[in-house]
Design a protein around this ligand. Structure first.
Ligand code: ZN
Length: 210
């Protein structure tokens, strides 16, 4: 099948640009649109609003060049009573236990950490279960609350309470207790309801013990 495009095409990951031919401009326009959606959620009474950011950990230069500004623009004008959360994703395979799937380089979080800590939002959700970060990373967050991915979402192996407790204790050597939130790495869409519940129960048991 053949198809033609109406003009020059640039790609921002899976977003095709046939109009701006300029990724920072596309980014700014998308951010403005997301900002409208976020204000609609605020008006509807949402107290916690999370933006899922799919690209920063893979494209650090773009993230620092123009992405972070777009992210802040998403939350522009949101009242202080609302908690502004960003998940920085390392990528999501299309099936469970996909050993070949290449996640983002864990060093990306380190490269982005200073900009994240200074950025105008409240909480940063990072993945740790699949990549086991160098936890010096947590020392770099002095202002942000960190939502710490403690459960792998693309693996059918069920974590043990002991291993989670050990990892959370290590994390607490690098960040204040009141700025650490425990969570799964990412969305739970790949897990069956039964497996997701099992992993979440273990996560909660571990959190209660730390
Ligand atoms: Zn993710």
């Amino acid at each position: 099948m053949k198809f033609t495009l109406p003009g020059p095409l640039t790609i921002m990951d899976t977003t095709a640009d046939c109009f701006y031919n300029d990724r920072p401009k596309l980014n700014a326009a998308l951010a403005q649109t997301v900002n409208k959606e976020i204000h609609a959620l605020v008006d509807a009474g949402c107290q916690y609003i999370q933006v899922d950011e799919p690209l920063f950990a893979r494209k650090v230069d773009d993230a620092l060049g123009f992405g972070m500004e777009g992210l802040e623009r998403c939350f522009h004008g949101v009242p202080k009573s609302v908690t502004r959360v960003v998940h920085m994703c390392c990528g999501y395979p299309d099936h469970l236990d996909d050993a070949d799937y290449k996640k983002a380089d864990p060093d990306s979080y380190h490269q982005l950490s200073q900009a994240i800590d200074q950025a105008a939002f409240d909480q940063i959700s990072i993945e740790d279960a699949h990549c086991c970060n160098n936890l010096d990373l947590l020392d770099k967050f002095q202002l942000k609350t960190v939502i710490f991915g403690a459960v792998a979402i693309a693996s059918s192996r069920v974590e043990t309470v002991d291993e989670l407790v050990a990892r959370l204790r290590q994390a607490l050597e690098h960040i204040d207790r009141d700025r650490l939130v425990v969570a799964p790495d990412c969305g739970l869409g790949l897990l069956s309801a039964e497996l997701a519940e099992k992993k979440l129960r273990i996560m909660c048991q571990a959190a209660a013990l730390v």
